[in-house]
Design a protein around this ligand. Structure first.
Ligand code: ZN
Ligand code: ZN
Length: 310
């Protein structure tokens, strides 16, 4: 199967206190797609986002159904919690990983389009809530074996349904990687922004702190200037310049060599919320949709605006 880029959020999500209590789902929302602001029926947006974020190639029909049920519920919840995120610019959500990927053309071209439409019908209106409000249903491609809590990754207040926990699925499904970067690649990426600029040289990258999930949460980079960075900021900065696979996650170890740095790690994406690889592994083992969601958003309640789903 192919996963999205570990989407939803390369910057701290808007927190739940900002989301309205769940009364009803909106009929439509304003999406900025390829630079244009368009009105999209809410469930069409959910379908377009779900199909952009997951492509369950090679899976059984039952697994495809469960995975798409999970992704449509997550996409719907995320959209609901983040309505008006771009209000200042005249729309609700953008089509990039800043919000959720949304490539509506895929509903016309993907072989999974009919499966997504059936998942939309099966999960009609279902969202995850906590305290009666839609949760911040963030997700990522691969947790590497342990999810991360939102406060440890983004420094935002603790959310009980986004804890740091081992992902109890066979470890082999999580992927490991080795990335070799030259000193120059990293220096250019850091110099792209004033707050992380090191100047004309880069001498070292040091992990100063790791969190409960074994992710690097503080990094110190030293060159002409010495700068302390949040670990996920460091990943985001590198990926802006090198692409999403520049530094796949912050769950890694650094070694320096003559020309640069060797990063050895696991996982892909920020690690908070639902792990798409883990969800897929659970779906293959016939775990019910509600159990898959409960594994990654403990304490969240699956409901529809009309009431609780059985
Ligand atoms: Zn956005
Ligand atoms: Zn995982």
């Amino acid at each position: 199967m192919t996963l999205g880029t570990g989407c939803a959020v390369s910057v701290p999500p808007r927190l739940m206190p900002g989301a309205a209590p769940l009364a009803s789902l909106p009929r439509d929302l304003k999406v900025r797609v390829a630079g244009r602001i368009v009105n999209v029926a809410f469930e069409d947006y959910v379908a377009g986002s779900a199909i952009s974020e997951v492509s369950p190639t090679g899976e059984s029909t039952a697994t495809i159904d469960r995975v798409l049920d999970v992704q449509t519920i997550v996409a719907r919840t995320y959209a609901l919690a983040h309505l008006g995120r771009h209000r200042a610019d005249g729309f609700d959500v953008c089509d990039s990983t800043h919000c959720q990927l949304y490539e509506p053309a895929r509903m016309g071209t993907s072989r999974f389009a009919p499966d997504v439409r059936r998942a939309i019908a099966r999960t009609a209106g279902a969202v995850l809530t906590y305290g009666g409000r839609p949760i911040d249903a963030v997700f990522h491609a691969d947790c590497g074996g342990h999810t991360a809590s939102s406060d440890q990754v983004w420094g935002t207040p603790t959310l009980p349904y986004l804890p740091s926990e081992p992902d109890r699925v066979p470890a082999l499904i999580h992927r490991s990687w080795v990335v070799t970067l030259t000193r120059e690649q990293v220096r250019v990426a850091l110099n792209a922004e004033a707050r992380s600029a090191v100047g004309r040289t880069l001498t070292s990258i040091e992990a100063r702190q790791t969190d409960d999930s074994d992710r690097i949460s503080r990094v110190q980079v030293s060159g002409d200037r010495r700068v302390d960075l949040n670990g996920d900021d460091f990943r985001t900065l590198l990926n802006k310049s090198l692409g999403p696979k520049g530094l796949p996650s912050t769950r890694f170890r650094i070694q320096s060599n003559r020309t640069g740095f060797v990063m050895t790690g696991t996982g892909f994406g920020h690690g908070v919320g639902l792990c798409q690889l883990g969800a897929m592994a659970r779906a293959r083992r016939n775990a019910p949709v509600s159990a898959i969601l409960a594994s990654y958003f403990p304490g969240a309640v699956l409901t529809t605006p009309g009431g609780r789903i059985p």
